[in-house]
Design a protein around this ligand. Structure first.
Ligand SMILES: *Cc1c(COP(=O)(O)O)cnc(C)c1O
Length: 405
């Protein structure tokens, strides 16, 4: 049964009081806390091997390069990528989606009237770059709607999908409602229409096993900081035969083979998309975070979180006037509102009781508009949350509601 005492001891930040109460951290969909092994990895990097990577002839440069490239291997294995060439280090999910949308724009693959398909559940990061791409190419953004439980309407999806669909960009798990989308089936349908498929794995990477080969998509992006790693590091996985065909985006060091003032030839994958000095320490720390998760097992983590989220939903549902969003099998995040009360007021009072939740639109304004709300209160779970955390969440919500009524 997770989390064990020794596992909790890996997260020193959790052992503190907030406004005189034990900290109950339930804002994991925004960012997770980092275990000691990740912090020590970052520290060791700067204390022992800090150096710029590749091309170095000295010992530190070799050690840093080896750790960085080993980190790429760890990520490739975590994703079951066919090759390490398919793993591009980025600064995060947002950077990965913008990289893909920009190289698609530069490739000339999209024309006026082509369609880009996203869903009603998307984070602003998986909306705005596609709107910008539409503006540049004359393509049209199409939205897969969701039902009142925040579940995508598959019948509407099959009607919207057509040979005009050139790109589908879909979140695996909704950061707002915890909905888990049937990404394998939807990817297969979109691929049959000849579309390129990008999966936003920002919320799934820490909760569900990822197998990019079984998934069948062309691109997958996630952020390290939602997977127990530092901020400023993320991954774009892309199918090699597609990335090889697409143009580079940022120009500079590392991404070149040979530069003259007349003509530059480009480096191969993955370096073609890693211009400039990368976040070396971040990549190495991300590998340490993945090893930490692997040591527990992502399946065991998911089962633990599902138990917590189910009992939280059950406990909260008895509060007068509460409305829970998302389907019963939600994963990671649990969103709710209480009739007549503002989410911000509830969250502020909960903070006074030591319970850290997020309030607002969760970077999903179109989804909030679909439900006629400005925001929700969201509790989101990680491997270190406990049944006591769930009890504290329910008690704090109940108390806050009572104070505000
Ligand atoms: C957090 C999140 C993003 C954006 O991630 P960044 O780390 O801010 O780049 C995109 N999509 C989803 C589903 C997210 O949860």
């Amino acid at each position: 049964m997770l989390p064990t005492e020794s596992l909790l001891a890996d997260f020193l930040i959790l052992d503190q009081s907030i406004h005189g109460r034990r900290l109950v951290y339930l804002d994991n969909a925004a960012t997770t806390q980092k275990p000691m092994s990740v912090l020590l990895t970052s520290r060791h990097y700067y204390e022992a091997i800090n150096s710029n990577i590749h091309r170095g002839t000295h010992q530190l440069a070799r050690a840093a390069t080896e750790s960085f490239e080993n980190a790429r291997k760890t990520v490739a294995t975590y994703l079951n990528a066919a090759s390490t060439d398919e793993v591009i280090f980025t600064s995060g999910t947002t950077a990965g989606i913008n990289l893909v949308s920009n190289i698609l724009a530069l490739s000339g693959r999209l024309r006026a009237g082509d369609e880009i398909l996203i869903s009603a559940l998307e984070h602003h990061s998986n909306i705005v770059p596609w709107q910008m791409l539409c503006e540049r190419t004359g393509s049209v953004l199409k939205i897969i709607p969701c039902d009142d439980h925040g579940v995508l309407d598959q019948e509407a999806f099959s009607k919207i999908l057509s040979s005009r669909t050139k790109v589908m960009a879909l979140t695996w798990i909704s950061n707002a409602f915890g909905t888990v989308n049937p990404v394998i089936e939807m990817t297969r349908a979109a691929k049959e229409m000849g579309a390129l498929v990008l999966i936003d794995a920002a919320q799934s990477a820490a909760h569900l096993p990822t197998d990019v080969q079984a998934l069948g998509a062309d691109f997958l992006v996630f952020s390290g900081h939602k997977l127990y790693a530092p901020t400023g590091i993320g991954v774009l996985w892309g199918r090699a035969e597609i990335l090889n065909d697409l143009p580079p985006f940022l120009g500079g060091g590392e991404m070149i083979k040979e530069v003259t003032f007349e003509k530059t030839t480009y480096n191969g994958l993955p370096f073609k998309y890693e211009a400039g000095t990368p976040n070396i320490e971040g990549a190495i720390a991300l590998a340490a975070a993945i090893e930490y998760v692997n040591g527990i097992g992502v399946g065991a983590i998911h089962a633990h979180e599902m138990e917590l989220i189910r009992s939280a939903a059950e406990g909260l549902s008895s509060i007068k006037g509460i409305h829970l969003y998302g389907p019963a099998d939600r994963s990671g995040s649990l969103s709710f509102s209480i009739e007549g009360l503002h989410h911000y007021d509830i969250g502020t009072l909960m903070d006074q009781m030591g319970v850290a939740v997020r309030t607002g639109h969760h970077c999903c304004q179109p989804l909030m508009a679909r439900f006629g709300i400005t925001g929700t209160v969201r509790a989101s779970f990680a491997l270190y949350n406990t049944a006591e955390d769930v009890a504290a969440l329910i008690a704090a919500t109940e108390k806050a509601a009572g104070m505000l009524r």
